[in-house]
Ligand binder design. Structure first.
Ligand code: ADP
Length: 648
């Protein structure tokens, strides 16, 4: 490219300032004669097209542009020459940077002193960027409009000061019907369509939002012309505007009636489910009570008979009665427990538990069972040697005991049961129980955790309910743990449990107090026991039980109200209290005994078939000293009664 621009044609010779000005503009400026030859081009032209002046000046357009462009430009120039009028048009030109640029060109006639058109001047400005921005803007506006016009939500752009609707999408008409036009004219008319209770809160929220400049969300009821109420969710958001632009807000309104109805239906279904769950637990508590009451007589009298000298044939019958009774009791307890887990009502107290200690205690409990069949128990762990897990102490023992007793039950005589521990997945501990028993066929492995599925165990003569593993799995899962099994048919099985590991608590546990069983039995001094119970066979049972405690006098009553008088009058050393009484509830009797100074100090032990943990906790909290569940465990009954009487 030559450094010096071409001179202006003779008419402008010497006009240095004009030339300098034309060279300073980035626009392309050129002058052509009547034959279409370049007489002048400025620096902008030369640089934009990437051509030195001498390759342009004196030549025609075909030295500069492609053919199709040349013919278009020539047409325009001829028209200017012929008509003497200016013309403005937009066209694309390939520029020196290789890109296609859009130019806005002005062509105008240049006349000599006599007014004859001698040449044509052209000023072309590169508007590529402007056009791109405009196109992008139009595109974005187009997309916004398409979106705004198809969505179901009402979208309003509001100007405040004064309050005007700047834009609102067609969803408005779908929401307000004919009243849409009224809203466009005066947005305040919206308030009239609201439920009367929502009008003031709505206006307060809107004014508050405008004042604070903060977004606001509110739910409103809109009245339809036919009186129907529809729920709207409105969101007010300040719109982004330029620095000094007037304030604008975007309001969106969405019809959420269906959602609202679904929410209400869900809420009432939840309330119904809660009621049903309450009713279910009430039902379970009643069933448990009803089944335990007759069982109490069966097991209680059975155990009493067992204590007597019996003919061998009767002895065997008693054992049958007791076995069946205990089986039934086990079933009731397990079903209750499983339904508590299922209804989420199982109360757990999760704390760090010494896994080895728990396993040790469970092992001790199955030891007699194992010894009877010469089954060796391998690996009694030292307390603390297996680490600590997060669990409910009692429940964990129940789980381990169930696995161990299965390992013994389904073992062969002279076999073995081994217990182990190993770290499992991240931060968990795994305890396993491996037996050398009959094993479980691979196809049945899934089934053993299902309720009442005993595989072939019924035929084997082993006692069981088929609920143990269901309960074990439920308990473990409620404690955040897991259970698994591996088995070889005919070789044995390995059951393992996983629980979250815990840090050992710093303080060692204080040594356990001597249990009630270790205390001496009641002394022969006279003691009075008041038994409040409306079931005759239960009264007889307790009479017979206390016959074995010389020096204990039993007074009994079926009436709760009478019990209060008897307690005040006889000052018994112990009150045994049933809860389901015909007149006043046992709970009320306890409350009144506690409230009355004359009876407040008398120990009360509840004797009830309602074994739910909630009930036990409530009565204990009300001041009951202990809670014995029916069917009575005679050892525990004697332990508690002896304990209380030797204290008094
Ligand atoms: P139950 O022992 O009362 O029948 P469980 O739920 O504890 O009920 O066990 C379900 C079934 O799984 C058992 O009846 C038995 O067939 C099988 N089973 C459980 N543990 C073992 C084991 N260690 N070895 C072989 N079979 C087992």
């Amino acid at each position: 490219m030559t450094a010096e621009p071409a001179d202006l044609p003779s008419a402008h010779d010497g006009d240095e300032q004009l030339r300098a000005m034309l060279d300073a503009t980035p626009a392309m400026v050129s002058i052509k004669d009547a034959e279409g030859r370049y007489l002048y081009v400025n620096r902008g032209f030369s640089e934009t097209m990437g051509l030195p002046f001498d390759q342009v000046v004196g030549r025609t357009m075909d030295a500069v542009y492609p053919l199709d462009t040349v013919s278009r430009l020539l047409r325009a120039e001829r028209q200017v020459m012929a008509s003497g009028d200016d013309t403005v048009f937009e066209h694309r030109l390939p520029a020196a940077d290789g890109g296609d640029h859009i130019f806005l060109s002005l062509k105008f006639p240049l006349r000599d002193r006599d007014g004859v058109i001698r040449s044509v001047g052209t000023i072309s400005t590169d508007v590529t960027e402007v056009r791109q921005v405009t196109a992008a803007l139009a595109d974005s506006e187009d997309r916004f409009r398409q979106l705004a016009e198809t969505i179901d939500e009402v979208f309003v752009l509001i100007g405040i000061d004064p309050l005007t609707v700047l834009y609102v999408n067609p969803a408005l008409e779908r929401l307000l019907g004919a009243a849409g036009a009224q809203f466009r004219a005066d947005p305040r008319s919206f308030v009239d369509r609201l439920h009367p209770d929502d009008r003031y809160p709505f206006m307060r929220s809107v004014v508050g939002a405008f004042d604070r400049g903060q977004p606001e969300m509110l739910e409103l009821r809109l009245l339809q012309p036919d009186g129907e109420v529809r729920w709207m969710r409105c969101r007010l958001t300040p719109a982004r505007t330029g620095v000094d632009a007037p304030r604008r807000w975007v309001a969106t309104v969405k019809d959420v009636t269906d959602q609202k109805h679904a929410e209400l239906a869900l809420r009432s279904a939840l309330a119904e489910a809660e009621r049903a769950s309450g009713a279910k637990s009430e039902f379970l508590s009643r069933v448990s009570h009803e089944l335990r009451t007759p069982l109490n007589a069966i097991l209680g009298f059975g155990q009493l008979l067992e204590l007597d000298e019996l003919e061998p044939v009767h002895e065997e019958s008693v054992q049958h009665i007791l076995r069946a009774g205990r089986h039934l009791l086990g079933l009731i307890d397990e079903i209750l427990e499983i339904s508590r887990i299922e209804s989420g009502q199982l109360r757990l107290s999760l704390e760090p538990v010494d896994l080895a200690e728990s396993m040790g205690e469970a092992l001790d409990m199955v030891r007699p069972l194992a010894a009877r069949r010469s089954i060796e128990l391998i690996g009694r762990p030292r307390p603390g040697s297996w680490g600590w897990v997060r669990a409910d102490n009692q429940r964990l023992k129940q789980v381990l005991l169930n696995l161990l007793s299965n390992a013994v039950k389904y073992n062969r005589d002279g076999g073995s049961v081994r217990v182990d521990v190993l770290p499992s997945a991240t931060g968990r501990l795994r305890a396993s129980v491996t037996d050398t028993g009959i094993g479980i066929p691979a196809v049945d492995l899934e089934r053993i955790f299902l309720p009442f599925d005993r595989l072939m165990a019924d035929q084997s003569g082993e006692e069981g309910t088929g609920l143990g593993l269901t309960l074990t799995k439920g308990l473990l899962e409620a404690m955040g743990g897991a259970i698994g099994v591996r088995s070889d048919e005919g070789e044995g099985s390995e059951f393992w449990i996983d629980l979250a590991g815990e840090v050992a608590p710093g303080d060692p546990q204080p040594p356990a107090e001597a249990g009630a069983a270790d205390r001496p039995p009641a002394t022969p001094t006279t003691h009075t026991v008041l038994y409040v119970e409306d079931n005759v066979s239960n009264v007889h049972l307790v009479e017979r039980l206390l016959d074995r405690r010389p020096g204990v006098v039993l007074i009994s009553t079926m009436q709760g109200s009478l019990a209060l008088d008897l307690a005040a009058e006889h000052q018994p050393d112990l009150v045994l209290l049933d809860l389901g009484l015909p007149d006043v509830s046992g709970e009320e009797v306890l409350r009144r005994l506690r409230a009355e100074p004359a009876t407040a100090a008398i120990p009360v032990v509840i004797l009830s078939a309602d074994a739910t943990a909630r009930q036990v906790a409530r009565l204990t909290q009300m001041g009951a000293l202990d809670y014995l569940t029916k069917p009575l465990d005679l050892q525990r009954f004697y332990r508690v009664v002896d304990g209380v009487l030797s204290l008094t």
